[in-house]
Design a protein around this ligand. Structure first.
Ligand code: ATP
Length: 234
């Protein structure tokens, strides 16, 4: 579904991505693991067209999207739930979700997406008229994921969905990631919580200082010495 080849991204003179090769197949959950500053968010921003790479190509279902505008990339079916949630605090839950549907016109389909989001996150339905800035951290995370789902993406990019959440909520968010995937959405999951990410993922990549240093099935990564020492705290 997504094929990234030799991707390099710079911030001025600083090279944040160094020749990334990464592939995501239809229906997969792929985890991208790495420590602070490894380049995870930069990769998501490059995929979604928010930053332009210096070299390399990104293909979505064999169509090159490398130089496209971010809004066109959303229309083709890639959606991002950003790190730190970034909800619009003064807008209600419903208004935040509506923004996620900005590329869509069919009101019946938009209604169906609202229903899907409310079915996944009943809490958001209960609080639909509440200002998003007054929600708890976990609820704001639900808004961010829900908003990303409102464009009905083929590929959902999740940037650190568990960051800052209490352990019980972390488990719930990962359960929901699985559920969203089972309903047919392919997922690229970025996490510092490597264990949880690999538990829900089919495959995983490890990124260090802008380079992919390891890739394997999630099961293999969970038992790999390298991953256990560096990312699982064993
Ligand atoms: P974290 O888990 O801490 O969010 P990350 O893996 O997502 O880390 P990135 O945010 O992609 O890392 O950052 C990769 C590198 O690029 C870091 O060294 C960071 O300092 C640098 N960087 C990120 N954004 C910018 C920017 N706007 N200008 C300059 N350098 C940047």
């Amino acid at each position: 579904m997504l094929k990234i080849s030799d991707l390099s991204t710079f911030y001025g003179n600083i090279q944040a991505l160094r020749g990334i090769d990464l592939e995501i197949k239809q229906g997969e959950v792929v985890a991208l693991i790495g420590s602070n500053g490894a380049g995870k968010t930069t990769l998501l921003k490059t995929i979604t067209g928010l930053i332009k790479p210096k070299t390399g190509t990104i293909l979505l279902e064999d169509k090159e999207i490398t130089k496209m505008e971010a809004s066109d990339i959303v229309k083709l079916g890639i959606s991002l739930s950003p790190e730190g949630r970034q909800v619009f605090p003064k807008m209600t839950v419903v208004e935040n979700l509506e923004i996620g549907a900005f590329i869509r016109k069919d009101s019946k389909e938009i209604r169906e997406s609202f229903e899907r989001v409310y079915q996944l996150f009943p809490r958001l339905y209960e609080r639909k008229n509440q200002e998003a800035g007054t929600l708890s951290g976990g609820e704001q995370q639900m808004v961010a994921i829900g908003r990303a789902l409102m464009s009905k993406p083929k590929l959902l990019l999740l940037d650190e969905p568990s960051l800052g959440l209490a352990p019980m909520l972390v488990e719930m968010i990962f359960e929901l990631v699985k559920e969203i995937n089972l309903q047919g959405t392919t997922i690229l999951l970025i996490e510092q919580n490597a264990r949880m990410a690999l538990m829900v993922a089919d495959r995983g990549y490890v990124i260090e200082t802008g380079k992919i240093v390891l890739q394997d099935s999630a099961d293999q990564l969970l038992v790999s010495d390298e991953v256990r020492k560096a990312y699982l705290g064993e």
